[in-house]
Ligand binder design. Sequence first.
Ligand SMILES: [Zn+2]
Length: 279
Amino acid sequence: MTFGDLELTPLLDGYLRLDGGAMFGVVPKPLWEKRAPADERNRILLGMRPVLVRGERLLIIDAGAGDAMDAKNAAIYALDRTETLDVTLARAGVSADAIEIVLASHLHFDHAGGFTSRQADGMMRPRFVNARYRVNEGEWHDATHPHERNRASYMPHNFLPLHDAGVIDFTRGDETIMPGVRVRRTGGHTRFHQIVYLESGGHTAVFAADLMPTTAHIDEPWIMGYDLYPMETLAFKRHFVREAIEREYLIFFEHDPKIAAGYIRETNGKKHVEAVEEK
Ligand SMILES: [Zn+2]
C-alpha cells in the first residue's frame, strides 16, 4: 500500500501456535476462546508478519522465526513454514540481498529468527547479507543476559552471529531510522520493546509488534502473560489506543492469524478493527 512517500508491504513468515492462556494473560478462557479458538493442546494460531518499507532506503521490520529452529521447538510451537519470508518478499518483487536496513522490535525468536540463516557449511550467518541491523542496545543487553523468566524466548543463534559479523548498529532510544520511520519504546513486553511509526503525507501507520500482537488484543486489559512488565504495557496501551483511534493510525498486527493491517474503530464504547489487508 502506498503511504505518502513510503510503500508498505505486509509480509508473512508462516505461522506458529502459542498457549492461548499465555497469549491473553488474566483474561479467562471463556472470553478469549471466542476471539481465538484453541487447539487440543490449548494453543492458538498466530501469524508472523514482518513489514517491508520502501522509502529512501529498503527496510524490513522484524523477520519471523526463520529457518533454523530445532525440531523439538518447531513441534512445541507447531511452526508452519509453508509460506515463508523468502516467498512473500519475492512476491513483493524484492530479493533478500536488496534489503538495506533490518529493524528489530525486540529479539524474541518469533521476531528475530529470520535475522540469520544456516549456511551450507552449517554456520549461522546474517540472512540479509547487504543490510545493517538496527537493534536497541538495552534489548541486546537483556537478550544476551537472559534469566529464568525470559530464557525460552531468546535463541542466541538468531542474533549472536550478527554481532560476530559486525553488522549491528545499536539504537539507544526513540530514534529516526530513515525519513518517515522512527522507533518508540513501549517497555512492557520486554524492558526495551519498541514499536515503529511510519509517517508520510500526513498519515501515520504503526507496526505494533507485541504491544498488540493480534486484533484480539485491542482492549486494554487483554495483555499477554509473556509480558515482563504488564502494568507498563497497560499504561502505554491506554494512551496509544486512544491516539490510534483519534488520529486514525493504520495498525500492523504482527501476529494476527488473518488481518495484517487495519484501523481501530470505536462504536458505542466497543472497539473493533476495520481490516485493510487480510490473508
Ligand atoms: Zn515477543
